[in-house]
Design a protein. Structure first.
Length: 341
């Protein structure tokens, strides 16, 4: 068994991400805007009179400009923060962008995003080669060239696809990919070459959405996104149906990710240290579940349907300060320890 394990940092032009991933990326920043602005953008100018945030003092055009400007500024702050965390120095054009206090244009933001995706690709490429004991794809001269401008980084990263094709037989031996603490915001589509991947660990990164490439891992069994503090949604286009273990501890979910309810083989689910206020009754659909961790959330109740989880042996609900259960609350029959909240 080959286990890929790394500990460093590092997403091109939106044209290189499929539409779903690009949409999910923007959706995260959209979700950070004030409700009044998102309501306006969702429902159109006719909602302006209902928008107490603006108190009717601004025109439709002004509101739209404020919303778009806010959205772009959120992206700018996020992307500049991620890039500053990269260990190696940045190209001069990127350095100039992340050090300015002025709002960046959409063109500049596209350049930052393209650079981030390329850096993600180089990081994964470099460590795959190292872990498989193959020659490093990036020389010292390459790194020197990268310091000139971001286009050199983006262009170099396009070579990852050819490298994956050349090393297809080696990549087929990998069944675990442990990419924790890399500063990643994306996974390149070239990873579809990992056809025997069963365990994907993306803990302590900077994902804002589940990469769609996950759908290409047909026998993936375990998926971990612990400590991705920007992650707050799962697209319905992501296939989680074959997973037996999902870890979403210390992310940013304030609603139960209902798409998980389609994971009929799931026996381990960790949603601790989020902001969950509600668990849907349909949790009982996860009838293979043996271990459920809901501790450190904002739950005030549990659904009575939880009693139907007959295989559940471990349920953790500590540090939900608002949680109040009736004395006759019925617990799953096979719990080893009755939780005390």
């Amino acid at each position: 068994m080959n286990t890929i394990n790394n500990n460093n940092t590092h997403t091109v032009n939106k044209n290189t991400i499929d539409n779903t991933d690009a949409y999910q990326y923007d959706k995260y920043f959209f979700s950070l805007l004030p409700d009044e602005i998102t309501q306006y953008l969702d429902q159109g100018p006719n909602q302006l009179s209902q928008c107490r945030y603006f108190r009717g003092s601004l025109t439709n055009e002004h509101v739209q400009k404020i919303a778009v400007r806010s959205l772009l500024r959120l992206r700018q702050d996020f992307e500049c923060g991620i890039i500053r965390s990269y260990e190696e120095g940045q190209p001069k054009d990127i350095e100039a962008l992340i050090n300015t206090n002025d709002p960046l244009s959409t063109k500049d933001l596209a350049k930052l995003r393209a650079y981030m995706i390329a850096r993600d690709k180089l990081t994964i490429w470099k460590f795959l080669a190292t872990s498989l004991m193959l020659p490093s794809p990036i020389t010292e001269q390459d790194w020197a060239n990268f310091s000139l401008d971001s286009n050199s980084v983006i262009q170099f990263a396009t070579g990852f696809e050819g490298w994956c094709k050349d090393n297809e037989s080696s990549l087929l031996k990998i069944n675990q990919l442990l990419l924790s603490s890399r500063g990643l915001t994306s996974l390149p589509d070239e990873l579809r070459a990992l056809k025997n991947l069963t365990n994907l660990n993306l803990n302590s990164n900077n994902f804002t959405f589940f990469p769609k490439i996950i759908n290409k891992f047909k026998i993936l069994d375990k998926l971990a996104f612990f400590n991705n503090s920007y992650l707050n949604t799962i697209s319905t286009e992501i296939n989680l149906s074959n997973l037996t273990s999902i870890t979403l501890k210390s992310c940013n979910f304030d609603h139960f990710p209902s798409h998980i309810l389609k994971s009929k083989f799931l026996n381990y689910l960790n949603l601790s240290e989020n902001k969950l206020e509600y668990i849907p009754p349909q949790i009982s659909d996860l009838d293979s579940l043996t271990d459920l961790n809901l501790s450190h959330n904002d739950l005030s109740e549990l659904p009575s349907e939880i009693v139907k989880l007959e295989k559940l042996t471990s349920l953790q609900i500590i540090n939900n300060e608002k949680l109040k259960l009736p004395k006759d609350f019925k617990w799953p029959p096979n719990l080893k320890v009755i939780p005390n909240g």
